[in-house]
Every structure is written in C-alpha cells, then in structure tokens.
Design a protein around this ligand. Structure first.
Ligand code: ADP
Length: 449
C-alpha cells in the first residue's frame, strides 16, 4: 500500500488545478451567501464571487487573520447553523479567548481522510497499532489522529499526552508499531527510555509521527536513534482542519511535507507586503480551504514561516512545504538581527558533544536586548572528563569544554550574526515537554513589564 487515495494523490497537475478551480468557484459563491463577514469584506473590495474563476484569482481576495476569528468569537464565521455541525474544537490560545472551529459530518470525513493519507505516507498500514500521545480534548491533535487511524484500519491506543510512565509501559507491553506525539515529547521519551536502560530493540515501534511545533534535523537524529524509529513530520492547524494539512513521506524524509492541496490550497506571501512569493521563497504560509462546509477560510494567514515547492517526485504530484522555521511572532529581533529559535538548534546539531536540548533567554540589558543560550553537554562527554563542575566560568572549564564553548560561540556568530552568552549545562537540566508543545524561549523582557 503506497497511498490512501491513489487517484487524488497522484492526480496530474493540470487535473488537480481544474479540481481546485471548480471547488474554489463553488466556495466563493457559498461563502458570499452564507457568511456576512466575507460578503462585507468582498463588497468593500468591490468583488463578486464570479470574479473568482480559479486559484489564480485568489490574490484578489483579502486575507483572513486570527483577529478576525477572535472578533467573530465564538461562531460568527460559521457558514452553517451550529446545530448542523457535529464537533467543535478550539486552539489553545495562550492569551485571551481561544479560536473556535466547527466541523460538519462531511468535514470530519475530510479530516479523517487527510490524516489517513498522512499516516500511509508516514509508513503506517492497516493492522498496525498507533499509540496516540497527542492530547485529547479541544486540541485537534488527539481526535484528529484518532479518527484518521481508525479510518485507515489501524488499532488506535488513545493514551493522550503526558503520563510518561504509562507511555513507556504501553510501548513495552502493547508493542505498537507507531507512536505520534510532539517532537519535544518524543525527545523526552527517548531520554526516559535511555535512563531506564530500555533499548530500542526491546520495542516494536518503527515510526514516530511528530508535529504541532517546529523541529529540526537535530531532533530527528536524536529521536530516530533514541527510539529506533523513522521520524516523520505532520503539520496542521485547527483553523484549517487540524493535523494532516501536510505530511512527510517516510521514504522522502527531509525533503518537505506533501500538502493535500485538493483540500487546502497553499500560498506563501511576503510577511510585510502580503504579495505572493515565487516557489521556494520563504514567507508566511496562507491557506484557503477548498472543501470545508462548517467553517471554510479564505486566504488564512497562518503566521507560519516556510516555503513551498513542487518536487516532481515520482510518488505524488502535490506541492511540498519545507519545515516551519517558526511563527512570525516567535521571531526574535535582537539588536536588529532577526532570529528563529530553530536557527540555534541548527547550529547545535553540528556539535556531537551537545544534546539538541537548549533554552534561549532574552533579557534587556540597559537599552539593548541580549540573548543567552543554555545547552546541555552529553552525559558520556562529562563522564569521560570526570564530571567537571559546569557552574564555573568558561575559562576555568577543562580544555575540551573550553574549546567546545569557544567553537559554539564562533559558529553561532558566524551563521546567525549574533554574539550570545553561552552556558554549558548538565544533561537533563533544561525543562522537558510534559506531553504537549514546549516553549524553548524564556523572555525575561515580558515578565518585567
Ligand atoms: P495553537 O495556535 O493553539 O498552537 P494549533 O494547535 O492549531 O493551535 O497549532 C497550530 C500551529 O502549530 C501551527 O500554526 C504551527 O505554528 C504549529 N505546528 C503544527 N504542526 C507543526 C509542524 N509539524 N512543524 C512546525 N510547527 C507546527
């Protein structure tokens, strides 16, 4: 089994475009009659649904942004009566009210199908057991993977996030072939396995499906070695449907994730001007849902920074997206330099004495912002050096660590353009994921004002 939906996943591009164009025309007419928000927005721009004949006309339409969802809280953007929906979800929303999304029965069918496609791309097959360690609840991760797994014919183990002891017990006793969770939680599980002396060979798991937060090749390497799996990326957001908007193919790991573009039409636009960018350029990812009924969104500004490109792979025709560098609002601006935390992670991965566990600490030093990074040294390195005290100033550290400290500082300066205060710390001393998304930035500027 190579595909969940072979016909659509391999549809020639001209046919795919025709399908998208037809779906978009219908969507425009539907939204214009059903959702006052869109009618008003398009009237103000002097646009009629008939002006939208296909995806090439999308650029004419205004963006929909997160604040529009908040302003229409909770159900104002629904295109059908709430009574006709069969499920509601909400994104965690760190501040204020959550963003609410609704699903019709058909929407849940689409959600399940795109997750099933994603699972097959990840290397899952009917009959395999899926340990679902995404949170169940208003967050779309848990139920999203659950329904997709069932549709594919997997045996789903709905353990939910966290409860590390139980996760380890089930991994050993139920012997699932597949686990899905956040990448930071997979790091945590890898470390807990090692701490208990459980080797990957004692487990049956061969695939880890990781998403819901940015991650890099460094984490892939750690998790693949630590759990004995192939780690693949799943991406999504509740506003568009949930996880399964795009997914990596396990045989093409590291080359990007296929976007199921018969349902979710992607654009990448300049984060300042909103102008569409050519294939391969980095900008904000924007989606139009082509088939959803309960709460379709037009040109939704995800705030996620990535690029999209056709790879002309033999396996599928759909466009791919690269890894998410971060959300536009996660971008730190330190002394005029733009920085995503994942850029630091990328530098760390080249030092095999270091763990891919780090924390960035932003503070204000007078009028200047400054950035410090804490990074963990591997256990075996410290053991070989006779467990030196890492609390002492860098100059007093053993030669090997002093050299490492200097080299890391130079590499960061060279590739990011910033001088950062670096502290080497003991393995395990930086906060770990409790089962959900992990924030790797401690911003002391925010707590002061
Ligand atoms: P919340 O905004 O509360 O986190 P969601 O749970 O819908 O709501 O999270 C969606 C967001 O999570 C995406 O917009 C993106 O920033 C992030 N995300 C999801 N999957 C990935 C992934 N594979 N890689 C990077 N970031 C991801």
């Amino acid at each position: 089994m190579k595909y969940f939906n072979p016909e659509v996943e391999t549809l020639p591009l001209d046919k795919l475009r025709q399908l998208q164009d037809g779906r978009l025309q219908k969507l425009a007419a539907y939204l214009y009659t059903q959702v006052p928000f869109y009618r008003k927005q398009w009237d103000e721009a002097s646009l009629r649904p008939s002006d939208i004949r296909g995806v090439n006309d999308l650029y004419k339409l205004p963006f929909t942004r997160k604040h529009h969802l908040r302003e229409n809280y909770p159900f104002g953007l629904f295109a059908m009566p709430v009574a006709e929906t069969i499920r509601l979800h909400a994104s965690s929303g760190t501040t204020g009210k959550p963003t609410v999304v609704g699903y019709s029965r058909k929407d849940i069918g689409i959600f399940s199908e795109v997750v099933a496609r994603s699972l097959v791309a990840s290397g899952c097959r009917p009959g395999m057991k899926l340990q679902n360690a995404y949170g169940y609840g208003l967050f779309t991760g848990g139920l999203g993977l659950h329904y997709g797994g069932e549709l594919l014919g997997m045996t789903v183990i709905p353990v939910s996030g966290g409860m590390t002891e139980r996760q380890l017990l089930l991994l050993q006793d139920f012997r699932p072939e597949v686990i899905c969770c956040t990448p930071s939680y997979a790091q945590r599980l890898s470390e807990e396995l090692a701490a208990r002396g459980i080797s990957p060979e004692q487990l049956n798991v061969h695939t880890a499906i990781l998403g819901a937060e940015p991650w890099t090749e460094a984490i892939r390497t750690q998790v693949e070695a630590g759990m004995g799996v192939k780690a693949v990326n799943i991406y999504g957001l509740s506003e568009i449907i949930g996880p399964g908007v795009s997914n990596e193919d396990y045989e093409e790991r590291g080359t990007g994730s296929y976007i199921w573009e018969d349902h979710f039409f992607p654009e990448v636009v300049d984060k300042d001007t909103g102008e569409p960018l050519p294939e391969g350029e980095y900008g904000v990812l924007v989606f139009t849902t082509l088939t959803k009924e309960a709460m379709p969104l037009v040109r939704y500004w995800t705030n996620d920074i990535t690029s999209i490109y056709y790879e002309h792979s033999e396996k599928r025709t759909h466009i791919k997206m690269g890894p998410i560098r971060g959300r536009a609002d996660d971008m730190l601006i330190i002394r005029g330099v733009n920085l995503f935390p994942t850029q630091v992670e990328d530098v760390i991965k080249d030092f095999n004495q270091l763990m891919p566990s780090y924390q960035l600490i932003v503070s204000r030093d007078g009028a200047m912002d400054s950035l410090a990074v804490k990074v963990e040294v591997k256990e075996d390195v410290l053991r070989a050096l006779g467990r030196p005290n890492l609390q002492q100033p860098p100059a007093a550290l053993p030669d090997a660590l002093r050299t490492l400290h200097g080299a890391l500082g130079r590499k960061i300066k060279e590739s990011i353009g910033l001088t950062m205060a670096i502290t080497l710390v003991e393995p395990g001393s930086i906060p770990r994921s409790e089962g959900g998304k992990l924030n790797r930035v401690l911003d002391l500027r925010k707590s002061r004002n």
